[in-house]
Design a protein around this ligand. Structure first.
Ligand SMILES: *Cc1c(COP(=O)(O)O)cnc(C)c1O
Length: 227
C-alpha cells in the first residue's frame, strides 16, 4: 500500500481533478461524491484516507468489508460504506447490516433477499440498480432491455429504497455512450444518483452527469492480481 502521505496526496489530486471536471461541465463541485474504493487494501489504508478527510468508501466483497469497517464507525460516525460488487443472496443480510448504500442490485432474487434482510435487520440502506450497459455476458448488472422493468419491480414489488443507478462500461469501448445511457435511464425513473466513472474515466463520467465516482487505484495504488 502507498504510504499515508501518498494516500493523502492522491486524494487531494483526485479531488482537484473532480473540481476541474465539475467546472468544465458547469456543475457545482459538491454535486459529485468521491467513493474511495479500498478493496484488497488493508484497514490501515482506510484509516489513512479517513485521516485525510475522506468519508465515503467502496468495497466489492461483503466479507472483506465486514472485517475492515464496523470497528471504525465509533470513531468516525460520518463514514459511509458502499457495497459496489456483485452480491450473492446469502450475503444479503451481512450487506444490509454493514452498508449505507448497496450499489449492485441486479436481479429479482437478490432484490427479494435484500428486502427480506431489511425487515430482519430493521435497517434500510439506499439501493442502486446496477445496469450492464454493454450487455456483457460475464458482467453483473441487469441487461439493458430489462432495466426499466427491473427498476420498477425493485421499487414497487420489493419495496426497496432505490435512489440511483450504477454501471461499469466495457473496458474496450468509449465509456461516454454508456454513461449517457445510464443518465437517460435514471431521468426516466426520477432517480437522482448516478454512480459511474472509475480511475480511468471519472472525468468523462462527470461530464455525463455522474453524482458519485468510484476511484480505487488512483488513490490506493495497484491491487494485487487475483490468485
Ligand atoms: C474496483 C472497482 C472500482 C475502482 O476501480 P479503479 O479502476 O481501481 O479506480 C470501481 N467500481 C467497481 C464496481 C469496482 O469493482
Amino acid at each position: 500500500m502507498p504510504s499515508e502521505p501518498d494516500i493523502a496526496a492522491n486524494l487531494a489530486a483526485i479531488r482537484a481533478r473532480i473540481a476541474e471536471a465539475c467546472a468544465r461541465a458547469g456543475r457545482a463541485t459538491d454535486s459529485v461524491t468521491l467513493v474511495a474504493v479500498s478493496k484488497t487494501h488493508p484497514q490501515e489504508a482506510v484509516v489513512a484516507a479517513l485521516a485525510a478527510g475522506q468519508t465515503v468508501f467502496g468495497e466489492n466483497r461483503v466479507q472483506e468489508a465486514a472485517g475492515k469497517f464496523p470497528d471504525l464507525r465509533g470513531a468516525h460516525p460520518a463514514m459511509r460504506l458502499h457495497i459496489i460488487g456483485g452480491l450473492q443472496t446469502n450475503k444479503a443480510r451481512d450487506a444490509v447490516r454493514i452498508a449505507d448504500v448497496i450499489e449492485s442490485i441486479d436481479r429479482p432474487k437478490l432484490a427479494a433477499a435484500i428486502a427480506e434482510a431489511m425487515k430482519k435487520e430493521g435497517r434500510r440502506p439506499d439501493c442502486f440498480v446496477q445496469v450492464n450497459t454493454g450487455d456483457e455476458t460475464q458482467k453483473s448488472g441487469v441487461p439493458r432491455a430489462e432495466a426499466d422493468a427491473f427498476i420498477r419491480a425493485a421499487r414497487e414489488e420489493y419495496g426497496l429504497p432505490v435512489t440511483g443507478l450504477m454501471c461499469i462500461p466495457p473496458l474496450d469501448q468509449d465509456p461516454r455512450p454508456h454513461f449517457a445511457l445510464l443518465r437517460e435511464l435514471a431521468a426516466r425513473h426520477g432517480l437522482r444518483e448516478l454512480s459511474m466513472g472509475m480511475s480511468a474515466d471519472f472525468e468523462a463520467a462527470i461530464a455525463e452527469g455522474a453524482t458519485l465516482v468510484r476511484v480505487g487505484t488512483a488513490i490506493f495504488g495497484h491491487r494485487p492480481a487475483p490468485a
